[in-house]
Design a protein around this ligand. Sequence first.
Ligand code: NDP
Length: 334
Amino acid sequence: PSSPRKLGVALLGLGGYSKGLLAPALQHTQFCELRGIVTGSPEKIPQWQKQYNIADKNVYSYDDLPNIANNSDIDIIYVVTPTSLHEKYSVIAAQAGKHVWCEKPMAMNPRECQNIMDTCKQNKVKLAIGYRMQHEPNTRRLASLKNTMPFGAFTRIASFAGYAGNGLPANNWRMQKEMGGGALYDMGVYPINGVRFITGMEPVSVTGYHEKSHPDTFTEVDETTYFDMQFKNGLVAQCGTSVVKSFNRLEVQCERGVYSLQPMQSYSGVRGKISDGTVLSPITGMQQTLQMDNDALAILGKGPALVSGEEGLKDIQIIQAIFDSAKTGKTVVI
Ligand code: NDP
């Protein structure tokens, strides 16, 4: 018997992540494949078509995007643009009747997140957010400990994700507030989502502050942001994120043991350690391959939807509360 047809994915926004990670990962997926591209840069088209054997009829500009409704080759549109454009293109994709995969952070604010979710629902298409860590097996294994709590209650959590950069030119979207740049949007979702995923708990309040060491470079956006997420019963997660400092770990202390991921959010090499001596070695293969296959299986009705729009929305609510706290100097209730 012939194997069932793979779902067709169109990548929308052919920047660094699409080119460097998603298109390569789609060469190894079992349940979906790269079949289309949507771009505002015509000069990128020939190379993509040649490298990935993409038919002329599956190449779109942003302006033609609504016409993709008539193209049965494409089942899923994966939105990989600057964050401020996630809502716009996710909505057009859903209205064209295509399933939506939307990169992290989901959108600029809760209203935009809700609009994406509502439009997908109205058009009866599935939505998944590109939180690749929720598909990473070592991360999943440690997250599953919350179901049995083998070391007793959580006592303290720490989670930090950042990279040591020097900033980018001022015309790069990552340096612009309105486009969704800055550390909290770009990297802050890793500690926020990581802590929520590993504990299964939602913070009740947050306290945050910004640290700026390069004020002439980071004129609009946050560069390093530290924040505490407070949970009921007094549990606190101490977190931080940065685009000038390197951090990459998540540590969970419990009454009778501790477990951690370090690095916690790299594209490869994520390792886990449990105080009973268990060591979780890095997996082989790309996280993005696993992510897209899991998300394709969910669309085919053969697997659970792993990362819903609600997950993306909750992180954006927390990001907004951290910004409010940093501005006012007060703890903000969520
Ligand atoms: P890039 O700046 O490298 O690429 C963004 C692409 O978006 C551009 O190349 C362009 O593609 C398209 N685009 C459309 N409109 C605009 C505009 N007004 N300004 C700039 N670009 C535009 O960004 P990344 O690929 O690094 O990031 C894209 C998204 O992916 C972000 O949301 C980011 O957070 C997320 N991401 C997620 C990662 C993960 O691990 N999950 C890792 C890296 C990024 P074109 O020329 O084809 O139109």
